[in-house]
Design a protein around this ligand. Structure first.
Ligand SMILES: Cc1cc2nc3c(=O)[nH]c(=O)nc-3n(C[C@H](O)[C@H](O)[C@H](O)COP(=O)(O)OP(=O)(O)OC[C@H]3O[C@@H](n4cnc5c(N)ncnc54)[C@H](O)[C@@H]3O)c2cc1C
Length: 308
């Protein structure tokens, strides 16, 4: 049975990590690599995932160590065990680490995949979702970064074996991080991992009160189109689109967003798309599964009232 590495990247098990384990189990026997100061907690929470082995890396902390340190460790382990695939989540850090490991191990890489099958064929949705590309790495280990919200997480009872790996000697000596502070966490789910996103566009006129209330009522994250960011109505971290975040939630609710190609490029792989727009000709309706022609404030107010 082929061996698949996944990187569990943080101090807690994220839904993105759980998805990697589920994808990995399709391909073969999953070994999860944990680089965290809180590795015991990550190991404990991995017991519900289809993971057969955990390699706990001592001396390297994903949250605090430089990308080179994490890449050095992964490259060393890939060279040692020659797994058929290494799966990493498609965050900016994840993609940079994947690229570095690919170079060091002379392996092929596919980024931003939305699927991978047991024959290691990956699927990508590109050019704003207008093309679906299937590809397969032909050299070395298949190094693949996968977007979040692309597979239903398998829940199992597993008892993975644990190996401790000393990563201290592989730590980056050229750059040391002198201090780091986690960004203030909002009570809402993060854009990258949320299964529902409520996004507001220029049609909000900068008033996100109802967008936020509606998002909170349904446990969703808040997103925004670029004019919202450019006008200073919402921080850049919330921008969805070509020059913002790429998201793939179960449901994307666009409120007062016209549906320009650059916005759709960041969300077109959402499973269900809902558009609320007062203009019946708005391009968003062309890709929406459900469309509401109307004033977003009236629609959201009545939706919130019904939910209450
Ligand atoms: C290189 C490049 C990169 C870009 N990157 C991005 C990106 O990453 N993300 C992004 O979003 N854009 C991006 N853009 C901008 C993009 O082209 C569009 O201009 C932008 O997406 C439009 O945002 P919008 O739909 O919010 O605004 P508009 O196009 O102005 O649309 C506002 C919509 O709100 C509707 N509306 C108004 N009032 C109401 C109301 N009360 N109730 C209901 N509906 C209402 C209107 O009918 C209209 O459809 C980029 C552009 C370029 C050139």
């Amino acid at each position: 049975m082929s061996q698949v590495f996944i990187l569990l990247d943080g101090d807690e098990l994220t839904s993105a990590g759980a998805e990697l384990a589920t994808f990995g189990a399709r391909i073969g026997s999953v070994t999860a690599i944990v680089c965290s100061a809180k590795s015991d907690a990550v190991v404990a929470s991995a017991a519900t995932l289809p993971i057969e082995k955990l390699i706990v890396v001592d001396g390297i902390d994903f949250a605090k160590s430089s990308l080179r340190s994490v890449s050095n460790v992964l490259a060393e382990l890939v060279k040692r065990d020659a797994p058929s695939a290494l799966l990493i989540s498609s965050s900016a850090r994840g993609k940079e680490i994947a690229a570095r490991v690919a170079v060091r191990t002379e392996s092929g890489i596919v980024t931003d995949a939305i699927d991978i099958n047991d024959a290691l064929e990956t699927t990508q949705s590109i050019f704003g979702g207008s093309y679906t590309v299937t590809s397969k790495v032909t050299q070395g280990t298949s190094i693949v970064t996968l977007r979040s919200n692309c597979i239903e997480v398998a829940s199992v009872t597993s008892s993975a074996s644990v190996e401790r790996f000393d990563g201290a000697l592989l730590a980056d000596t050229q750059v040391t991080i002198t201090s780091s502070e986690p960004a203030q966490k909002s009570a809402r789910p993060s854009l990258a991992e949320a299964s529902i996103i409520v996004s507001g566009g220029r049609g909000t006129d900068g008033n996100f009160t109802l967008i936020e209330q509606f998002a909170d009522a349904i446990g969703a994250a808040v997103g925004a189109s670029r004019p919202v960011i450019d006008s200073g109505w919402y921080p850049h971290a919330y921008q969805v689109g070509q020059t913002g975040k790429t998201v793939s939630p179960q449901c994307y609710i666009a409120c007062g967003i016209s549906g320009a190609i650059q916005h759709k490029a960041g969300m077109q792989t959402a499973k269900t798309i809902v558009a609320i727009n007062k203009d019946p000709e708005a391009p968003f309706f062309e890709i929406a599964d459900f469309g509401i022609v109307g004033d977003l404030f009236t629609v959201l107010e009545s939706a919130i009232a019904s939910l209450k």
